[in-house]
Design a binder for this molecule. Structure first.
Ligand code: PMP
Length: 364
């Protein structure tokens, strides 16, 4: 195994420099003299870490002041509940969901516990191979909100436009493509993304929301499920995952200082994805891309081989060559190469080379 060749769907690869800084911090945070694992979440040092993580995210996105940035626990999955608790419970309205794959499907049952849900487009009939175009579904101007997943991690499909009506509250699960490309934050009302793809280790979820949404909160929310409590406490309502938030700060600092922002990050991500999709398309049917070409993800490249036996052999040989994390999600099978921000173009090129050699040796 080799950290640089870790194509895992998540937790995924982190930048080598960040891993080195995190390692040093586990031993002793420079200037503090203690391990990050043993520093109080009430310390001035940690307050500065949270402040920098937030300001880095604000700088990367050009986020206006009327949005709050929160660092929460419970993974992206807890947002499946917290969002409808805030925006649907007791409203008598209907929440709208785009059902485009494994993760958007997971969000729907939790929303149904809070009120009416309408699926405005359902990709199940086409096997979740493709996403809807903007004219293939109609959203209601009266909906409580529209929820969608910008990048379906399992299937490897990604929206390359922003669906929905701008006057309706737009909620997006960006867990697997947050900070991988620039976008206009003003088009969104609530964005959430767990850390373990592009941001850091598992344990923390970034939530960005328009502050005015909080005025809609129904009475009786438990404190841990109430965004207002977390905002008032500066994300330290209870003991937060200090280490995970510290690494998010380091990764966002890396994005700003070493990558020089999201435009550059997007260019690198496009080059990586283009190389892999070229390798698939040049294989004359040996490798078959899962996603419809216009919906291909720049983060999760999913494909199949001519038989399950060849897929098994592909995984064995690639593991022997140092690659890891290439097995498709347990619900789908096949191969998935996750090429999050920290995956280098060199590593992707090495995988393309391996694919070409594997194809030649399998054909001969
Ligand atoms: N949404 C998306 C798009 C995901 O990829 C995942 C997990 N991979 C989740 C939600 C669930 O996240 P968590 O495990 O942090 O609850």
């Amino acid at each position: 195994m080799n950290n640089d060749l870790n194509f895992s769907g998540g937790p995924g690869v982190l930048p080598a420099t960040v891993r080195a800084e995190a390692q040093q911090a586990i031993d002793c945070v420079p200037g503090v003299g203690l391990s990050v694992l043993g520093i109080s979440h009430r310390s001035d040092w940690f307050a500065a870490v949270v402040a920098e993580a937030e300001s880095n995210i604000r700088a990367l996105l050009g986020l206006p002041a009327d949005y709050a940035v929160l660092f929460l626990q419970g993974g992206a999955s807890l947002q499946f509940s917290m969002i409808p608790m805030l925006l649907l419970r007791g409203t008598g309205k209907t929440a709208e969901y785009l059902r485009t794959g494994y993760w958007s499907s997971k969000a729907i049952p939790d929303a149904r516990l809070e009120g009416d849900v309408r699926i405005v487009w359902d990709g199940e009939a086409n096997g979740f191979h493709r996403l809807p175009g903007p004219t293939e579904f109609v959203c209601s101007p009266d909906a409580a909100y529209l929820h969608y997943v910008s990048n379906e991690t399992v299937e490897g499909t990604q929206f390359h436009y922003i669906p929905g009506i701008d006057s309706v509250t737009r909620v997006c699960d960006m867990s697997s493509d947050f900070l991988s490309r620039p976008f206009d934050p003003n088009r969104f009302d609530l964005i959430y993304a767990h850390a373990q793809k592009n941001l850091g280790p598992a344990g923390v979820t970034v939530v960005i929301l328009r502050r005015e949404l909080l005025e809609r909160a129904p009475p009786g929310l438990p404190a841990m499920l109430d965004y207002r409590k977390h905002l008032a406490a500066g994300s330290i309502h209870n003991t937060p995952p200090v280490f995970a938030i510290h690494v998010v700060m380091l990764v966002t600092r890396w994005l700003l200082r070493s990558i020089s922002g999201l435009e550059n990050m997007a260019r690198i991500n496009q080059a990586k994805a283009a190389a892999l999709y070229r390798a698939i398309d040049a294989s004359a049917g040996f490798y078959t891309g899962w996603a419809a070409p216009e919906n291909r993800s720049l983060m999760n490249v999913t494909f199949t081989l001519p038989s399950p036996e060849l897929e098994k052999k592909f995984l064995e040989k690639s593991a022997a060559a140092g690659f890891s994390g290439l097995g498709g999600h347990r619900s789908l099978g096949g191969i998935r190469a996750s090429i999050y921000n920290a995956m280098t173009l060199e590593a992707v090129n090495a995988l393309c080379m391996f694919m070409s050699e594997f194809e030649s040796s399998s054909r001969s």
